[in-house]
Design a protein around this ligand. Structure first.
Ligand SMILES: Cc1cc2nc3c(=O)[nH]c(=O)nc-3n(C[C@H](O)[C@H](O)[C@H](O)COP(=O)(O)OP(=O)(O)OC[C@H]3O[C@@H](n4cnc5c(N)ncnc54)[C@H](O)[C@@H]3O)c2cc1C
Length: 503
């Protein structure tokens, strides 16, 4: 039997809680639904999560917020992709751009033409055929053309932002949409006797709060979904071996770059996230191979600017909640699962969860059908992102480091193994339903790790070799000319987003 909803309580006021509150309150604006959010300023939020992927821009656009508005409010910089330093092997680096490579021709994907020339000895890097990579390397930025004259002009972008400022932006939006906020600690979650669903929440101040639907955004602990409902957790640490992180902010020492830096280290990797007013730095590592002190030392040694505050330490188990929606409780954000920060997918998974909540509530009721569908899709989204991240570890050639040797040799999930085999044997980039990352993202990682097929689509041979060579030269030159005409990222930020360097 379907259950009616007239009230929603969101537990948690981190990025997940406030993004959910903003979108849900907008969705139910004209309906008679009360939305409350409980947060605890005493407990605070995780306070990291500052690199995003382009889906974020679609999320806030649906709320009616413009890019410039968000950049200004969150001291953000633009992000064209991630540079992976030393991931393939020491001294080699590549960029995963939010954009395309080359131009398909005769219904054949571009990379097959590139593969053919490469197999004949042409050393040109596939990166030279990507406008996104060209711009990212040179720290240039402009808004993509809304009406590109060819696919060569297509690239996408995301933000590096101040997570607290972004949560505040979402908070203000939610409050304007009549979300009621309660700042208090939940001390007890009571279950209904009849069906074991969430009945009410006891607060430290003695109040009791109840609702028809609970959205658990309480962070890693999953106060409702796990603490009360004991939903269960699927542990993925056999493939995603990093389980700790240390993070610290520092003052900027140079103009902000237009990409995230991810640098492989002995037993993990370090990030650099440039904001307008400071830089975020972190080291994600595996506690089996590196101590907290060693990880912190390694991080601090690589930071040029003056440190802001003290290093903060995080411990996590990569995986996902077995059911993101259990009875009358939906988990969003870290309460639903966490893989690891590589590829900045956590906030994107918050967005997809919110999209599904909104889709599930076209009317003001839900039943088992909506719950099952939500859980099925969530599982696929998490697994697809998991596999994409695993590929970064599996394909490494960092011989002689126990973590990297383990990752190179570990068996990977079946779907990923099939995907990798299909690319290696046939050069095919297969895309499964509910994948967040498209074919060109997979291509960026395969080629960045030099994981290349020995074959290419034979239909390429219908075009004579000289023509292929000329076409590829033309593409490369056109991209290089386009990149030359684009201003510096810092100029863009100064002109439109109020940026003024503070170093
Ligand atoms: C090291 C690290 C780096 C990351 N980097 C990225 C990144 O670059 N990009 C990205 O997309 N994601 C990243 N993430 C993930 C990202 O930080 C989170 O997805 C995001 O911040 C959402 O967190 P949250 O809102 O689910 O949880 P939290 O921020 O932990 O919020 C939980 C909320 O619940 C409240 N709460 C908890 N218990 C109670 C209680 N008993 N009573 C009342 N309130 C309570 C807390 O006060 C808080 O308001 C990273 C994560 C880690 C660990």
């Amino acid at each position: 039997m379907n259950k009616q909803i007239a009230s929603i309580v969101i537990v948690g006021g981190g990025t997940a809680g406030w993004m959910t509150a903003a979108a849900v309150s907008k969705h139910f604006q004209s309906k008679n639904i009360s939305v409350k959010l409980i947060e605890s300023s005493q407990l605070g939020t995780i306070g990291v999560g500052e690199a995003t992927i382009p889906t974020l821009r679609r999320f806030y656009a649906k709320l009616g917020l413009s890019d410039i508005e968000v950049i200004r409010a969150t001291n953000a910089t633009c992000k064209l992709g991630i540079e992976f330093k030393d991931w393939h092997s020491q001294g080699r680096s590549f960029i995963h751009p939010f954009g395309l490579y080359g131009q398909n021709a005769n219904n054949i994907a571009f990379h097959h033409y590139w593969l053919k020339l490469r197999q004949q000895g042409d050393p040109t890097d596939i990166a030279d055929y990507s406008l996104g990579v060209n711009l990212a390397k040179q720290n240039k930025f402009c808004l993509p053309s809304p009406k590109p004259s060819s696919s060569l002009e297509i690239f996408d972008w995301a933000l590096h932002f101040d997570a607290t400022a972004f949560a505040n932006l979402m908070r203000n939006f939610s409050l304007a949409n009549k979300v009621e906020v309660i700042d208090n600690k939940i001390t007890q979650v009571d279950l209904n006797n009849n069906d074991g669903s969430i009945g009410s929440l006891q607060l430290e101040n003695g109040e009791t709060v109840s609702a028809d639907l609970y959205i658990d955004c309480s962070g890693f602990k999953g106060l409702l979904i796990e603490g009360a409902l004991q939903t269960g957790f699927e542990d993925w640490s056999e493939w995603l071996v990093c389980d700790r992180a240390v993070a610290i902010q520092s003052k900027s020492t140079c103009l902000p770059i237009v990409r995230t830096i991810s640098q492989a280290k002995t037993a993990g990797w370090q990030w650099k996230i440039p904001l307008q007013h400071r830089q975020g730095n972190g080291h994600v590592y595996c506690s089996q191979y590196l101590s907290e002190d060693e990880a912190t030392q390694s991080l601090l040694m690589d930071i040029e600017g003056e440190l802001i505050g003290e290093p903060r330490h995080f411990s996590f188990v990569p995986g996902r909640r077995k059911q993101a929606w259990n009875k009358n409780c939906i988990a969003v954000g870290l309460a639903a699962g966490f893989l690891e920060p590589l590829e900045s997918t956590s906030i994107a998974l918050i967005e997809t969860a919110i999209d599904k909540i909104i889709l599930s509530f076209g009317s003001l009721s839900y039943g088992q059908k909506e719950i099952n569908r939500f859980n099925e899709v969530t599982q696929l989204e998490y697994e697809r992102v998991r596999d994409f991240i695993i590929l970064h570890y599996k394909a490494n050639q960092r011989h002689g480091f126990p973590l990297w040797d383990y990752c190179r040799q570990m068996p990977v999930p079946d779907k990923l193994e099939n995907k990798m085999r299909l690319f290696k044997n046939k050069g095919i980039l297969e895309r499964y339903p509910w994948e967040i990352f498209g074919a060109d993202s997979w291509l960026a990682i395969y080629t960045g790790f030099n994981y290349l097929p020995d074959v290419y689509d034979m239909n390429v041979n219908h075009t004579n070799e000289k023509t292929i060579k000329k076409n590829l030269d033309d593409v490369r030159n056109a991209i290089s000319r386009m990149a030359d005409s684009v201003p510096d990222h810092a100029e863009f930020l100064k002109k439109f987003c109020g940026y003024s360097p503070n170093f």
